[in-house]
Design a protein around this ligand. Structure first.
Ligand code: DHB
Ligand code: FE
Length: 281
């Protein structure tokens, strides 16, 4: 059976992509952020996952506010990186783990999830940036991907509890996938930020650091939070963090936090990362 080898959580701030493209990664503003990812990149290079399941939100690029699925899954064999207005990025196309995507959709529907199934999909910074942070900028991606898209853009967003259930279903899909492939699960988004309204610019560094410390050993408090609690604590866009719960729920009850890093602010966002490995059963 396929096997989960790690849970990776990271912010997906788009200015990180711009910093890479403009060659700013070694400048004083950006170096501390990129240096923090070096051990995580090494972990990925050492563990070489066959498949990366990436849970992220589209930001008005693949879908717009006229049609916005609460949950969607890519089943394509190839995904193009979206041009978000600054021109095409020198990022290779992502190759889909198409057979596993269909198996995941099948498992989800059997478990009473009803995703939008995407045979064509362009993927924005929500997926591009995490892949670049963990895999660098290879000529071709060494790992196939499965995109899972969650609406965190427009009310009503799904509940943290539903995200947890989705993670449990994702785990069942992986553990019933009859190959010896290894899977890393990437939960993306956050940390605290609010890009709109009277709290624009809001960052909650204390809550961000608690999140990074507790998401591995003590996820229960986040499972119990409401959507409103997420918005209150992390900001309206910081509520993207519900997507890390999918990753965490797919892991064992007991995990080891092998790497974590926090840097704030990147753009207007608290930026964080964890690498989790399973312990026990
Ligand atoms: C920004 C956008 C995002 O999607 C995000 O997760 C964090 C920051 C931004 O535009 O600054
Ligand atoms: Fe985002």
């Amino acid at each position: 059976m396929a096997r989960i080898i790690g849970g990776l959580g990271t912010s997906h701030v788009p200015s990180i992509a711009a910093a890479i493209d403009k060659g700013l990664a070694d400048t004083p503003d950006w170096k501390p952020l990129f240096d923090g990812y070096i051990p995580a990149k090494q972990w990925v290079a050492d563990h070489k996952p066959d498949i990366a399941v990436v849970i992220f939100n589209d930001h008005g690029n693949a879908f717009f506010l006229d049609k916005i699925p609460t949950l969607a899954v890519g089943v394509a064999d190839r995904y193009r990186p979206t041009d978000e207005g600054w021109g095409p990025r020198p990022v290779p196309d992502f190759i889909g783990a198409q057979d596993f995507s269909w198996h995941l959709v099948d498992t989800m529907v059997a478990d009473h999830f009803d995703p939008l199934v995407c045979m064509e999909l362009d993927v924005d910074h929500g997926l591009q940036v995490p892949m670049e942070l963990f895999f660098g900028r290879p000529e071709a991606w060494p790992t196939k991907i499965v995109p899972i898209l969650v609406n965190t853009i427009q009310y009503p967003i799904p509940t943290p509890q539903r995200m947890w259930q989705l993670g449990q279903t994702l785990r069942r899909a992986i553990e019933s996938w009859d190959t010896d492939e290894t899977v890393a699960i990437l939960g993306t988004g956050g940390l605290s930020h609010q890009l709109q309204g009277s709290r624009a610019g809001f960052i909650n560094a204390a809550a961000d650091q608690a999140w990074l410390a507790d998401i591995g050993p003590n996820p229960q408090k986040y499972r119990d939070m409401t959507r409103e609690d997420f918005v209150e604590t992390f900001g309206s866009e910081g509520a993207e963090l519900i997507m890390w719960l999918v990753m965490r729920a797919a892991m064992n009850d007991t995990v080891r936090t092998v790497h974590s890093h926090y840097y704030s602010p990147a753009s207007m966002t608290g930026t964080g990362m964890v690498v989790l490995e399973n312990e026990g059963g």
